[in-house]
Design a protein around this ligand. Structure first.
Ligand code: 5AD
Length: 351
C-alpha cells in the first residue's frame, strides 16, 4: 500500500513514472485477468430532489427534461440487456421520492426473475428501503462519495434539510446489509487539489469498496459550478489522461476491485468502443452500455455530450469486436467483484 504522500508524488510526477504505473496496470489485466464485464445501465428517472452544484439533474435546473420509466418500460429495457448476453442490470436514477420502496422492490424482483443480477444506484435512501430491496433480490449498490474533502463535499452537495442521515451513513448501511458496494469520485471537480485526489484514492482502500467508479468532471452550463476554475495552481485537471492515471493507480493498489471505464471518460474521448478502451488499457475491467429507451435518454443530462447516443446494441456489438481484437474479450456472466467474494468468504465462487 502506498502512502498518501507517495500517491500525491506520483500524481504530480513526470511522464516516466506515469508510464510505469500505466504499464503495471496493463499487466494487472493481462491473460486470464483480461476479461471485461458488461453491465446494462437503465436510467429509470431523471427527477432529483438534490441541488448538487455539478450535476445537470439538480432540482433547480428548470430546463432539465424530467421523465420516469414505468415498471413495464424498465422490464422491457432489462429484456434488451439479457438479449445482449449481459448478466447484470444497473438501475440508476436521481434522488426521486416517487420511486417508492414498493415500486423498486417490485422492479427488483421482476428483473431478478429474468436471471439478471440487479445493481441499484438511486442515491441516498433510508435504511429500510435499502434493506427491503436487498430482500427483494438486489445484490449491489453504487453510490460515489464524490470527494473525500468534507468541506468541498458539503459545498457541492448541499444537505437536504430535515434528512436524518447523510451519504456516509448510507455507504455504511450498504456494507452492513451485505451489498456488493461500489463508490468512487470525480476527477477535476473545481476545488479538488492533488492532496485531495491522493486522499480519494486512499479512501477507496480504507473503506474497502468492491467497485470504484471514477470519471472526469464535465462542466454543465445549467449548474453553479460552470465556469468556476477551482483551486488555482493546485487544481487537478479534469482530463482523460488524469483519469487514466488514476485508474492505473487504483488497479495496481486494489487489483481485486472492479473498475468501470466510465461514460464520462468515454465522453471526453469522443465515444464508441475505442474511447472505452482508453480506460480498459489503463486498468479498468467493466463497461456499462446505456439501455435507457431512446425517447427519454437525452433527458438524463448529468453533463453535456454524454457518450451514449449510439444504441446500446450497436455499442455492445462494437465492444465485442474491438475488445476481442485488443486482447480484452468481453466475458459473459455476473462479473462479481473478487474483492467482494474474498471479503464475504467465498474465494472459490465463480466470478
Ligand atoms: N461531470 C462528471 N460526472 C458527473 N456526475 C454528476 N455530475 C457530473 C458531471 N458534471 C457523476 C457523479 C455521480 C454520477 C452518477 O455521475 O459522480 O455520482
Amino acid at each position: 500500500m502506498r502512502s498518501l504522500e507517495e500517491i500525491r508524488a506520483i500524481l504530480v510526477g513526470d511522464s516516466a513514472i506515469h508510464e510505469e504505473i500505466l504499464s503495471r496496470a496493463f499487466a494487472v489485466r493481462s491473460g486470464a485477468n483480461g476479461g471485461v464485464y458488461l453491465r446494462g445501465l437503465i436510467e429509470i428517472s431523471s427527477y432529483c430532489r438534490r441541488q448538487c452544484a455539478y450535476c445537470g439533474l439538480r432540482a433547480a435546473n428548470s430546463s432539465a427534461r424530467r421523465y420516469r420509466l414505468s415498471h413495464e418500460e424498465i422490464i422491457a429495457a432489462a429484456r434488451r440487456v439479457k438479449a445482449c448476453n449481459i448478466g447484470t442490470v444497473v438501475l440508476q436514477a436521481g434522488e426521486d421520492a416517487a420511486l417508492s420502496r414498493d415500486f423498486i422492490a417490485g422492479v427488483v424482483a421482476d428483473v431478478g426473475a429474468l436471471g439478471l443480477v440487479v445493481t441499484l444506484s438511486l442515491g441516498e435512501r433510508p435504511y429500510d428501503d435499502l434493506a427491503c430491496w436487498k430482500d427483494a433480490g438486489a445484490s449491489r449498490y453504487l453510490l460515489r462519495f464524490e470527494t473525500s474533502n468534507n468541506a468541498l463535499f458539503k459545498n457541492v452537495h448541499p444537505h437536504v434539510p430535515g434528512l436524518g442521515f447523510d451519504r456516509a451513513d448510507v455507504l455504511a448501511w450498504l456494507k452492513e446489509l451485505g451489498y456488493e458496494v461500489g463508490s468512487g469520485f470525480m476527477i477535476g471537480l473545481p476545488g479538488q487539489t492533488w492532496a485531495d485526489l491522493a486522499a480519494d484514492i486512499i479512501k477507496c482502500g480504507t473503506a474497502g469498496y468492491d467497485m470504484i467508479g471514477i470519471g472526469p468532471y464535465v462542466a454543465h452550463p445549467a449548474t453553479p459550478l460552470y465556469g468556476v476554475s477551482g483551486a488555482g495552481a493546485d487544481q487537478v485537471p479534469a482530463t482523460a489522461d488524469m483519469t487514466r492515471l488514476v485508474l492505473a493507480l487504483l488497479a495496481t493498489e486494489y487489483p481485486d476491485v472492479n473498475l468501470p471505464s466510465t461514460t464520462a471518460l468515454a465522453t471526453v474521448g469522443g465515444g464508441g468502443a475505442r474511447a472505452y478502451l482508453a480506460g480498459l488499457s489503463a486498468g479498468a475491467n467493466v463497461v456499462m452500455p446505456d439501455f435507457t429507451p431512446d425517447g427519454v435518454r437525452a433527458g438524463y443530462d448529468i453533463y453535456p455530450g454524454k457518450a451514449s447516443f449510439i444504441s446500446a446494441e450497436a455499442l455492445v456489438e462494437d465492444l465485442n469486436k474491438t475488445l476481442a481484437t485488443a486482447g480484452r474479450p468481453v466475458v459473459p456472466g455476473a462479473g462479481h467483484s473478487r474483492h467482494y467474494l474474498l471479503r464475504t468468504g467465498r474465494p472459490q465462487q465463480r466470478i
